[in-house]
Design a protein around this ligand. Structure first.
Ligand code: MSP
Length: 481
């Protein structure tokens, strides 16, 4: 899937989120996807570096701080805590959290800038353009609607200033050649097609600094300029591991949203080429979530609080819903009605009920380790094969569906055998051995998707001296109304 030879190591990242907002279901989705892939690789025995963090050097940080009356440094400290604590509550297994005001990042950005400069790719020029702070990017006249940014509903600021430019135009052919030889560089494939078409048209040089700003990383040797926030933010992926480590082992995967794919699949690779550094293995881009059919945005104020959701349904249920319901790469809709429906059908009735039926009887029965019936062995193998194949294609919903096929198979077996009526001890032990083994296999497959449930199931079944000791867990998924 990834293009680097990794010696059992896997480095995956999320975007670093702007600190002028708090986590919402959209940012949580990107993070959950990355977390699932990180856990999946770890379960394959790889040693995983999984980084996330916050993007603090944007100009809109200063505005947001002014609004709350805080000094910008105090503001970013407080907001960074909000992000780390949200991910912790949601059980995100990140191994590193990067903040762009950290010294290790500033040093790396300085080093990186120096490399691009040494390559002759930075030059000074005059720029005039319409800057949208919401995007932290210049916009084209034709992108505006009634003079306003259609996404942020604000009027971009007309900026005329001396800036450093990055010779992005020089990288058009190099990027196209790279794409040609790295067929999986962007996934899903239709997004890669969009990137290629964009680069095939024409690449313009891009302004890489802003004049006379008090917030941001100063351009080395030119304190009147600060580095453009994207030129700074993208480098975070290197700051996490350090330049030397990146040279040996760049990120295997950047998980991003479709809105920032160009920054990751066009500008970032060109920057890395300029700096003489290796490129990441793959950029994967998720689509956008809406809530009850409307766009999520901080400014529009309909952002769903993921912490409120997990408090009511649990982390695993929220993960399950998003991964099962939204085909990766496509836009999806979050509605609580749909979430409830899936929760009750697949979790409370499906997995929860199956587990309870099997373990209630198993707890009271002595079950020796035995031999699986063929149909169980076949079902388990088919599930494992499908999950592996689907994970390689980022088809999380299909992977989960394969696990649920196995659960349904087990449930049907419980009914057919009427396990609550079996009187013969050997027969009951044999039937339960099949079912417990299936449940164990299911729980192993659930590790990346529903880690808390997988842990509870694993703890419920212990093998000791040739027999199986079961302690039924509490109700995994209480029904919701
Ligand atoms: N700071 C930049 C990223 C720099 S990475 C070097 C940024 N931050 S952001 O806070 O706006 O978060 C952007 C990411 O959050 C999106 O790319 C996407 O991954 C995720 N999402 C934001 N809104 C989303 C939805 N409505 N739906 C799905 N994902 C969303 O851009």
């Amino acid at each position: 899937m990834d293009n680097n030879d990794n010696h059992g190591e896997f480095y995956i990242t999320t975007p670093i989120y702007y600190v002028n907002g708090v986590p919402h279901i959209g940012t949580a989705y990107t993070t959950i996807v990355a977390d699932t892939l990180a856990r999946w690789r770890a379960a394959q025995g790889e040693s995983v570096v999984f980084s996330t963090g916050v993007d603090e050097n944007a100009q809109k940080t200063v505005d947001a701080a002014a609004k709350t009356g805080e000094e910008p440094h105090a503001y970013v400290d407080r907001m960074a805590d909000i992000w780390t604590s949200a991910w912790q509550k949601m059980g995100i297994s990140y191994t590193d959290f990067i903040r762009t005001t950290e010294e290790r990042h500033i040093e790396t950005v300085n080093d990186f800038w120096g490399r691009m400069d040494a390559a002759g790719d930075l030059y000074k020029g005059t720029y005039q353009g319409l800057y949208c702070k919401g995007h932290e990017a210049f916009m084209k006249e034709e992108e505006l609607v009634d003079g306003l940014c259609p996404e942020h509903k604000t009027e971009p600021e007309l900026v005329t200033e001396e800036n450093y430019f990055f010779r992005l135009s020089d990288y058009q052919q190099k990027l196209l050649d790279f794409y040609e030889t790295h067929q999986d560089f962007v996934a899903p494939a239709h997004r890669f097609q969009e990137v290629k078409s964009f680069v095939e048209q024409r690449l313009e040089d891009i302004s890489f600094s802003r004049e006379k700003k008090e917030w941001g990383i100063p351009v080395p040797n030119d304190p009147h300029q600060v580095i453009y926030v994207w030129a700074d933010a993208l480098v975070n992926y290197i700051s996490v591991v350090g330049i030397e480590r990146w040279e040996e082992h760049p990120a295997d995967m950047h998980a991003v949203g479709k809105d920032i794919l160009r920054f990751h699949a066009v500008i970032w690779p060109a920057m890395l080429m300029s700096a003489g550094l290796p490129l990441p293995g793959q950029i994967i881009a998720n689509g956008f979530l809406t809530v009850n059919g409307t766009k999520i945005s901080k400014s529009l104020g309909n952002a769903i609080d993921p912490l409120d959701l997990v408090a009511r349904y649990g982390n695993d249920a929220v993960r399950y819903f998003l991964l099962r319901e939204v085909p990766y790469g496509e836009d999806g809709d979050f509605s609580e009605a749909k979430m409830k429906e899936r929760y009750n059908a697949d979790l409370a009735n499906g997995l929860g009920n199956f587990t309870a039926r099997v373990l209630t009887i198993a707890e009271k029965t002595s079950v020796p380790d035995g031999k699986l019936d063929d149909e169980f062995a076949t079902t388990i193998r088919a599930m494992q094969k499908t999950v592996t194949a689907k994970m390689g294609q980022l088809k999380f919903g299909d992977a989960l569906a394969a696990i649920w096929t196995a659960i349904t198979f087990g449930d049907r077996y419980v009914n057919e055998k009427k396990i609550w009526e079996i009187k013969d001890k050997d027969e009951l032990a044999k039937v339960l051995f099949n079912l417990i083994s299936l449940l164990e296999a299911v729980s192993r497959e659930l590790v990346p998707f529903m880690p808390e449930t997988a842990r509870a199931l694993a703890a419920a079944v212990v093998h000791k001296d040739g027999s199986i000791i079961v302690k039924k867990p509490g109700i995994l998924f209480p029904r919701v109304k």
